[in-house]
Design a protein around this ligand. Structure first.
Ligand code: GTR
Length: 349
C-alpha cells in the first residue's frame, strides 16, 4: 500500500513536471500548462486578488468518495487563498443530472463539477475512449495511464469543449446487475439495459445482444422497479449508494468498463482567473486525488460487504474471454479513431 502510494506520488510528480516543462516559458495567457504552478501548500499570492464564491455540482451523496474528494479540493483552495476563493459542493444532483450539469458548466452558469467520463464522451470525442470495454486490466493500469503524459494532457484537451479538466478520481469497474437472475453473458440477450449516456454504449450493448436504454442516473432506481428496464450496470459504490441492489439483486461481475471520474471547471470561468489562482486551483485538485483514492478503496470494500450482507446474488466471471470476444468488434470499429490514446493505454500496462 505504502509502496503503491509512493509510486503514485512519484507519477503525479512526473506528470506535473511534464506539464511544467511543456508550459516552458510561454505566458500562455493563463492557459493550462503555463508553468505558473506554485509548490504544493504555497500561499504565495493566495490572499491577494478578487474574492470568488463558486459552486461545484456532484451527483453523489455527501458520504460518497467522489464528494469527499470534491470537499477536500474545496477545502484546499479555501485554505490556500485564505478564504478568498470558496467552492460550495452541492451533492446528490441538487444542481441537476450529469448531462445537464456539463452543459451548465460549459456556459459558466455552474463553475465546477465532478462527473463521470462516460457522459463526457458526448462533449469531447477523446473521452469516448474510457467507455471502450476491457481496455484496462486493473485500477493500477487505469492510474498509470491517467497520471501519465497522455492522461494528463486529456485534461487540457477539454478546452476545445469549453471546459478545463483539473484532475481524475477513482471509479473502479462496472458490472451488470438485474432484477431477474443474471448468471452468464447469455442472460443479457434481449434485455433492456440502462447505460450511461453516450453512443459507444449503444454499440456495446448491441454486441452483447442486449438493447441499450441511455438515461440519467437518478432515474435508474424507479426504472428498475417499474420494469422500464431489466438491468443496469455500475461499480460497487454506486450500486450500493443508489440502492439499486434493492430492486436489482443479481450482480454479475464481468467488469466490462473502467470509466474514471473527472473534476472540471468552466473554461469561461477559468479564463477570467489570474495565473496565480489557476495554479492554486490546479494544484489543489491534484492534491485531492490521493485522498479520494483512499476513500474510494475503503468505500468500495464497505459497499461490497453491505450488498453481500443484504443478500445480493453475486456471480463471479471466471473466464472473461467470451466477453472480450463479444465486444471486440466495437473496439475494432473505434480503433482508428482512438489509435494514439489506445497505444498510450497499452503502454501504461
Ligand atoms: C457512477 C458515476 C456517476 C454516474 C453514474 C451513472 O459510477 O460516479 O457520476 O455517471 O455512474 O451510471 O450514471
Amino acid at each position: 500500500m505504502n509502496k503503491n502510494k509512493n509510486k503514485r506520488w512519484g507519477m503525479i510528480a512526473m506528470a506535473f513536471t511534464a506539464v511544467l516543462l511543456m508550459g516552458g516559458c510561454g505566458s500562455g495567457g493563463g492557459k493550462a500548462g503555463d508553468g505558473s504552478a506554485q509548490p504544493s501548500g504555497s500561499k504565495a499570492g493566495g490572499s491577494d486578488g478578487p474574492t470568488y464564491s463558486f459552486r461545484l455540482a456532484e451527483a453523489h451523496p455527501a458520504d460518497y468518495p467522489t464528494t469527499k474528494g470534491d470537499m477536500k479540493f474545496a477545502e484546499l483552495v479555501k485554505e490556500r487563498t485564505n478564504g478568498r476563493i470558496t467552492i460550495d459542493v452541492f451533492p446528490s444532483a441538487q444542481l441537476g443530472e450529469e448531462k445537464a450539469v456539463i452543459e451548465q458548466v460549459q456556459l459558466g452558469a455552474i463553475e465546477f463539477t465532478r462527473v463521470s467520463t462516460g457522459p463526457m464522451a458526448e462533449f469531447n470525442k477523446d473521452f469516448g475512449v474510457f467507455s471502450l470495454p476491457y481496455i484496462f486490466d486493473s485500477d493500477e493500469h487505469v492510474w498509470n495511464f491517467l497520471l501519465g503524459e497522455t492522461g494528463m494532457s486529456m485534461l487540457d484537451g477539454l478546452q476545445s469543449s469549453g471546459l478545463q479538466g483539473l484532475g481524475w478520481y477513482s471509479s473502479g469497474s462496472r458490472s451488470f446487475y438485474s432484477a431477474k437472475p443474471l448468471k452468464s453473458i447469455d442472460d443479457l440477450k434481449g434485455k433492456k439495459i440502462r447505460v450511461q449516456e453516450n453512443k459507444l454504449n449503444l454499440a456495446i450493448m448491441d454486441a452483447l445482444g442486449a438493447s441499450a436504454t441511455p438515461m440519467a442516473y437518478g432515474e435508474v432506481y424507479s426504472s428498475l422497479q417499474t420494469g422500464v428496464i431489466d438491468a443496469a450496470e455500475n461499480n460497487y459504490p454506486s450500486y450500493y449508494s443508489s440502492k439499486h441492489y434493492e430492486v436489482a439483486p443479481y450482480l454479475l461481475l464481468d467488469q466490462h468498463q473502467r470509466v474514471p471520474e473527472v473534476l472540471l471547471v468552466s473554461k469561461t470561468v477559468w479564463d477570467k482567473l489570474s495565473e496565480e489562482d489557476q495554479a492554486i486551483i490546479r494544484q489543489a485538485a491534484l492534491d485531492s486525488i490521493d485522498y479520494q483514492r483512499e476513500e474510494w478503496a475503503k468505500y468500495e470494500k464497505e459497499s461490497e460487504e453491505a450488498v453481500r450482507a443484504a443478500g445480493v446474488t453475486i456471480t463471479e466471471v471466471t473466464d472473461l474471454q467470451p466477453w472480450k470476444d463479444a465486444v471486440k468488434p466495437v473496439i475494432e470499429s473505434y480503433r482508428s479513431e482512438y489509435r494514439n490514446v489506445l497505444d498510450a493505454i497499452e503502454a501504461a500496462k
